[in-house]
Design a protein around this ligand. Structure first.
Ligand code: C2E
Ligand code: MG
Ligand code: MG
Ligand code: MG
Length: 277
């Protein structure tokens, strides 16, 4: 086929494709070095109670402090780190940093719930639960103050081992949240089958111009019936927040309050916000 297209057998490989392949190889090399040299940082985005405006928690979001490219967003490297298996080290590192931060802020008198993203690929690791148990021991964190965010794809592909891992983590005291809810296949059966504490409504259902999607309303109502807490993601305007108030949504995250910030900045700017007594 390459011969047909290019005549010389290599014509199919356009300069553009070669460039993309080179970039990917470079990125993969850089990513391996980044893991060895601890080039990752964890930033924190406030989680705010809709009703009271209280700061109640934060989501831990990884960033890569690349020596030449500067701060790199997770969308650029999470996919590749999943494909290469590097997500295991990166994921464990993020959880450990977040757990230490939770303990530190608690020692400063702020009991925040920190949420951490787990990639579907991490559930393919038979050592996942042991790794997390080790992090609990090393950091002395209270798992009840940590929420593990998983995507619907984890729930749907659910095999025996994933199912067992989810129940073990819940038994250890971790809260489980479904992230980006509404963007997946939404087979709702798992909400009853699994010990889910929180459902995060994807930004795409919050970011309408004329009010918020009726689907968001349905999700909030359903969660109330199931005893699941709701978090609205990507809240950017007062109008969106007003709407969430009328719907009894529990918490929100979004640029309206603040983007994710480095830990020291979060401490200076966010810990001044009122919190629950
Ligand atoms: P996510 O878990 O759904 O995180 C929410 C994303 O929305 C974050 O992007 C956050 O910065 C962004 N965001 C928050 N508020 C607003 C807003 O008001 N408007 C807009 N436009 N965006 C907002 P970020 O930090 O770039 O992370 C992107 C995704 O990368 C995350 O989506 C998550 O799926 C993944 N990710 C981030 N950190 C980790 C990690 O430590 N492990 C794994 N496995 N995935 C991670
Ligand atoms: Mg998340
Ligand atoms: Mg999300
Ligand atoms: Mg997302």
């Amino acid at each position: 086929r390459a011969k047909e297209a290019g005549g010389n057998g290599v014509g199919w490989f356009t300069p553009e494709l070669v460039r993309i392949a080179r970039e990917r190889i470079q990125l993969e090399q850089d990513l391996r070095v980044a893991v060895e040299r601890h080039q990752f940082e964890v930033h924190y985005q406030p989680r705010v109670q809709v009703g009271s405006g209280h700061l109640v928690g934060a989501e831990a979001l990884v960033r890569w402090r690349h020596p030449r490219r500067g701060l790199v967003a997770p969308d650029v490297f999470i996919g590749l780190s999943e494909e290469t298996g590097l997500i295991r080290s990166i994921g464990a590192m993020v959880l450990e940093k977040a757990a230490r931060q939770q303990v530190l802020w608690q020692s400063l008198g702020r009991r925040l719930r920190i949420s951490v993203n787990l990639s579907p690929r991490q559930f393919g690791d038979p050592g996942l639960v042991d790794t997390i148990a080790r992090i609990v021991r090393d950091t002395g964190c209270d798992p009840q103050q940590i929420e593990l965010e998983i995507t619907e794809s984890v729930m749907l592909g659910q095999d025996e081992s994933t199912n067992r891992a989810l129940h073990q983590l819940a038994d250890m005291g971790f809260r489980l949240a479904i992230d980006d809810f509404g963007t997946g296949y939404s087979n709702l059966a798992y909400l009853q089958r699994c010990p889910i504490s929180t459902l995060k409504i994807d930004r795409s259902f919050i970011a309408g111009d004329d009010g918020v999607s009726p689907l968001a309303r349905l999700v909030i109502t359903m969660c109330r019936m199931l005893g699941i807490e709701t978090v609205a993601e990507g809240v950017e305007t007062e109008a969106q927040l007003d709407w969430l108030r009328t719907q009894d949504c529990d918490e929100y995250q979004g640029h309206l309050c603040s983007p994710a910030l480095p830990a020291d900045q979060f401490e200076r700017q966010m810990l001044t916000m009122a919190g629950p007594a």
